[in-house]
Design a protein around this ligand. Structure first.
Ligand code: IVH
Length: 698
């Protein structure tokens, strides 16, 4: 399962993340189906949660890669470990969608048929805006608010009682005497446009994360671990339906909503009652016309059968009521001129085309930029600078270019030529076979990627420079004290930033500055595999770096061979490709890295300031040489990395998962699935002490 063998999110490239998100979407959807539709779960809750967590972590790190079919979108958001879980006694369902007038009249006709209504029998239907927020269920017992939950996946939500209590719109105690023993009032938590704009401004001023849209802001605000933060966020609530209830306060939808209002809930003032398709469609047109001036996001109109006995008879189909439908607004579109196509370089080096537009209002929002996704998309849509284009905003997504109006194309408009040179650093921008993204190959020197690369360079498994955290990298970079990794070792020499100057900076003192310089000095001598890993070459993770170090032995030999391997027809390339564990893709990535002159120059600068240790050749005559070892559980005598390095230095291969090819599983306390797997394959299982004895370290 993907969550088990997962690489740290921070180490993934855009492509890798996109690929994993795709697999996760598929995997989670399959589990959802088995769990929710077939009632036959095939994984444990914990394993399922791990997948969801991984998906969430990837999405947090790569928000631009969130898929339309993401498991986090499909269900609003899934119950996470963050909050306690609440199993909804009555599921929080979704609604069927209607997109056209015809869909709506079909809906009404279906209702009439199902209820066998005569031609002149009245069928009242309520109509109300569909709020674009997140739904919540509020449980009241004897009139007191006792439990509040998010929708989660519809069956299980998150316990956000404390947070919901902070909303002024949610009464802690229901007003009036005629209150049922138990009632779950359900509705939408949302943020108004004005409050959203204000919040984002404040967040920006505090240098905190801003939100992409009011719905995200509402969700993010509600799902705070600290309810005091939720309290400061201007969240609103509209009540529109219910879950478990001991006695309903009315016989129609309208009457129940009126009771909600009497108990102290805000309900939507635009809710109305219609008795014909014509009235319904008129209402839809009216709301569509008001949409931009409502002050909060809506994405359609919801119609519900008014009589509750009829709702009961109509019941549900799969996950939605037969008695209701959501009439969605079409994506909002507008025409405007494409002024320019700019290329942005992301932190991982991906070149993304951005359309600069003549400002145009789309659904009440002024749009000046739109994404063009990638090179192929521009070709596919044949979008050219100067074109009149159709721009679309659908829900919360970033504006998109739908198409170019070829009939309006100015004479001489040329097809866009996607740059093959990084616009930020001038290195070659390359596309790997089968990849849509073109990326800058100047990883080490490209300012667009500098922060990410430097953070990687100083990270634990690379140079491991203690006291040089992410924040410091950002600050030093911003103040132009470092640009390239080699600058870290030249702080004093090149930039005059010695311990004294650093100590004078905000957040530093003499002690921390002295410590930093000591840490940097300590790393002037470094193991070859760490050096190679620190370069941040695409596809070169720790184990590949180790394989390279072992194979080439010294930094000089490595750099000479790699520079020669930049020519992919060379024997040096063939040799590289032949190293165990290195395939074509990895070899090519390394060759491309060294093909880039800027990178070679930085490597040379690094070699000038560093002392790189020779890699110890693994022994070939030990008890474990040539054996495949897997470690699992807690190791008590040494860290996992250390154990791995030791095993490798003795000529063993260390694998991450157990298979029939595994020779030995070293199992510490807490060993779980790997132990089972080993038993299944008849793999030899030993304790950490037995392992140390075997390798002569006991
Ligand atoms: S009624 C059993 N009314 O839309 C029917 N839902 O696509 C319960 N929503 O999960 C839903 N405004 O989050 C209803 N006026 C409204 C709504 C509304 C927004 C959301 C709600 C629901 C989703 C279904």
């Amino acid at each position: 399962m993907s969550a088990k063998k997962s690489v740290a999110v921070s180490k993934l490239s855009d492509e890798e993340a996109a690929r994993e998100l795709e697999t996760l979407a598929r995997e989670i959807a399959a589990h959802d189906k088995r769990y929710f539709a077939d009632d036959a779960p095939s994984v444990s809750d914990a394993d399922y949660d791990a997948l969801k967590k991984r998906n969430a972590a990837l999405e947090a790190k790569f928000p631009q890669l969130i898929r339309p079919d993401s498991p986090s979108r499909r269900v609003g958001f899934a119950a996470t470990e963050k909050f306690g879980k609440v199993k909804h006694g009555i599921a929080m369902l979704s609604l069927e969608n209607a997109f056209s007038d015809e869909d709506v009249s079909d809906f009404v006709e279906r209702l009439r048929r199902f209820l066998s209504l005569g031609a002149d029998e009245e069928l009242a239907i309520t109509a109300e805006p569909k709020i674009d927020g997140l739904s919540a269920s509020l449980r009241y017992e004897k009139g007191k608010f006792v439990l509040g939950a998010t929708r989660g996946d519809g069956e299980v939500g998150e316990d956000v009682t404390a947070n919901l209590r902070t909303l002024g719109d949610i009464p802690p105690v229901l007003k009036g005497r005629d209150v049922p023993d138990v009632i779950e009032v359900r509705g939408e938590v949302f943020m108004s446009h004005a409050d959203f704009a204000k919040l984002n401004k404040e967040q920006e001023a505090r240098e905190e994360k801003t939100f992409a849209n009011p719905r995200n802001a509402a969700a993010g605000s509600l799902r705070q671990l600290d309810a005091a933060i939720t309290k400061q966020r201007p969240l609103k609530f509209f009540a529109y339906t219910w879950g478990e209830v001991t006695k309903l306060p009315g016989k129609t939808q309208t009457e129940v909503i009126e009771a909600f209002e009497a108990w102290g809930f805000p309900t939507n003032p635009l809710m109305t009652r219609c008795v014909s398709v014509e009235e319904i469609l008129k209402y839809y047109a009216k709301i569509a016309g008001k949409r931009a001036s409502l002050g909060y996001d809506i994405d359609g109109v919801v119609y519900k059968v008014d009589r509750l006995d009829w709702q009961q008879r109509l019941g549900f189909v799969s996950r939605a009521p037969r008695w209701a439908v959501a009439h969605k607004f079409p994506a909002e579109q507008a025409e405007t001129e494409l002024l320019e196509i700019d290329i942005q370089v992301g932190r991982t080096g991906v070149l993304t085309p951005v359309a600069r537009l003549k400002p145009v209002t789309v659904g009440g929002v002024v749009v000046t930029n739109a994404t063009l996704h990638n090179e192929d998309e521009i070709v596919r849509k044949d979008v050219r600078v100067g074109d009149t284009v159709v721009v679309q905003r659908a829900g919360d997504v970033i504006p998109q270019i739908v198409r170019a109006l070829v009939e309006k194309r100015p004479k001489g408009a040329k097809a866009f030529k996607f740059p093959e040179i990084c616009p930020v650093c001038g290195s070659h921008a390359l596309r790997e076979d089968g990849e849509v993204a073109r990326r800058c190959s100047g990883g080490l020197i490209c300012p667009a990627q500098a922060a990410e690369r430097l953070k990687h360079f100083v990270s634990r498994n690379a140079f491991d420079i203690e006291g040089f955290g992410s924040k410091h990298v950002d600050a030093f970079l911003a103040d132009k004290m470092i640009a390239h990794p080699s600058d870290i070792f030249l702080l004093e020499k090149k930039y005059g930033a010695g311990p004294k100057a650093i100590a004078a900076r905000e957040g530093w003192g003499p002690q921390s500055a002295a410590k930093l310089f000591a840490a940097i000095e300590a790393r002037r001598t470094v193991a070859l595999h760490r050096f190679i890993f620190a370069l941040g070459i695409r596809h070169v993770g720790e184990s590949t770096a180790r394989a390279l170090a072992l194979n080439y032995g010294t930094a000089d030999a490595f750099v000479t061979a790699m520079t020669a391997a930049a020519d992919e027809t060379s024997t040096a390339f063939a040799e590289l490709n032949a190293i165990e564990g290195i395939g074509e893709i990895v070899a090519k990535a390394i060759a491309e890295f060294f093909e880039e002159e800027h990178n070679r120059a930085e490597v040379a600068r690094l070699l000038a300031v560093l002392e790189i240790e020779e890699a110890e050749k693994p022994k070939s005559d030990t008890a474990v040489s040539g054996k495949t070892i897997v470690f699992t559980g807690t190791l008590e005598k040494m860290g996992r990395n250390e154990a791995k390095a030791r095993a490798e230095s003795l000529g063993a291969k260390v694998a991450g998962s157990v298979s029939a090819k595994t020779d030995i599983l070293v199992a510490g306390p807490g060993a779980g699935s790997k132990l089972k797997e080993a038993q299944k394959h008849g793999v030899k299982v030993i304790s950490e002490d037995e392992w140390l004895q075997l390798i002569g370290d006991a």
